[in-house]
Design a protein around this ligand. Sequence first.
Ligand SMILES: Cc1cc2nc3c(=O)[nH]c(=O)nc-3n(C[C@H](O)[C@H](O)[C@H](O)COP(=O)(O)OP(=O)(O)OC[C@H]3O[C@@H](n4cnc5c(N)ncnc54)[C@H](O)[C@@H]3O)c2cc1C
Length: 431
Amino acid sequence: MNSKADIVIVGSGVAGLFCALNLPERCRVVILTKDRLERSDSYLAQGGICVAQGESDYESFYEDTMRAGHYQNDPAAVSLMIESSRSVIEDLVSFGTDFARQGGNLLCTREGGHSRPRIVYHQDITGREVMTRLIARVKERSNIEIHEYETMVDLLVEQAECRGVISRGTDGRLRLWQADSTVLACGGVGGLFEFSTNYRHITGDAIAIALEHGIATERVDAVQMHPTTFYDPSSSRCLLISESVRGEGAHLLNERGERFTDELAPRDVVTAAIRAEMERTGTDHVYLAMQHLGEEVIRSHFPNIYESCRQRGIDVLTQPIPVVPAQHYLMGGIKVDLDSQTSMARLYAIGETSCNGVHGANRLASNSLLESLVFARRAARRIGASHRTQIEKRGSGSLALPDFEKYQEDSLMERYHRTVREKMGEQLHAI
Ligand SMILES: Cc1cc2nc3c(=O)[nH]c(=O)nc-3n(C[C@H](O)[C@H](O)[C@H](O)COP(=O)(O)OP(=O)(O)OC[C@H]3O[C@@H](n4cnc5c(N)ncnc54)[C@H](O)[C@@H]3O)c2cc1C
């Protein structure tokens, strides 16, 4: 099957959907996604989204982001993200997102590495709330077409320009999607790791395909571990215990019930402290105690964590949660400029798949959804502006068909995954 669109977006997480909603409605947009529309890491997000608390917060938000990133962040990207934070939250509210409020004002929580509360949230299921609204809006748009269970297996490239993608459906059939602009929004790499908070089908496919085509990438091995996931060695997908639990005052304890670190330090620092404590005490996990936050805070702010732990045999009102670090996020990815343009013409990358330098060597908590939103919107605006010119330039040009045989092999995806795994090295099995 051969289909034509103005823009093809691969991935239906927050980046892909927000980009689609910000594209001009005159454009025909196709969204391809590997699984069900709802099955993205964006949907799993718990803690919330950072937003600058007015002009006076700019310097401090900037400094917190840079410090967490070990000052290896791109200063221009960080500034842009912070300056745009208020307006993307306003966009989400206009799409119907119901953030926690008091007296009409947005309530903010705090997480590790932040010098003040600046994270808007919806209970402990912020991702589900945001994504439910975005999915509803996308379905209302007559210019947006969604195809679930379509896995991108390659890019269509002609004369060093991206001209669309090739996908394979669950029926094994290959489909060709020609487009003037292509946007990769395929998320991170957690599915390749032994223990991760990510969905298992999020496996760095776009990054592997970019590497195959010689498209520039950056920091592809820069993985972030989340310090606190529920300790359960029998499960590869780890239940996250949100950073905002520590932000609200929960304590990390060793097996003797002693605190051993500053719970509000950046993630890499807390992870290192937990690993050192596990090593020192010869244990395979530590504990996170939230009982002292009180039943009202726990039930109103963390109902999902309460229920998920209860299902695993822990009553967080009376018992500490056994926790261990696990893979969580990729700071690196396909290298992009501030408008999310990759090194290949007509190809864009957004969200966790991309690397615009915002996070440096270590992401500050709750900057990920914000970064995805800000730079997805920038990509949409850039594509919208360039769209007319591309149509004029495009002419009738028919595309040389690729060699379909090579995409029939099941081993193709395995090869892609091997490519990305090799970049990760020993981190793949890390706890
Ligand atoms: C448990 C958890 C909690 C989190 N909490 C927070 C939080 O509170 N705040 C915060 O800022 N960040 C949080 N994060 C991180 C954040 O959710 C993600 O970094 C962000 O949502 C990534 O969005 P995305 O759109 O780039 O990718 P994703 O949401 O991961 O979506 C990727 C999409 O690409 C599709 N896809 C992948 N490969 C292919 C392919 N080959 N072909 C077609 N489609 C493909 C997938 O099916 C999916 O639809 C959390 C992450 C997890 C896992």
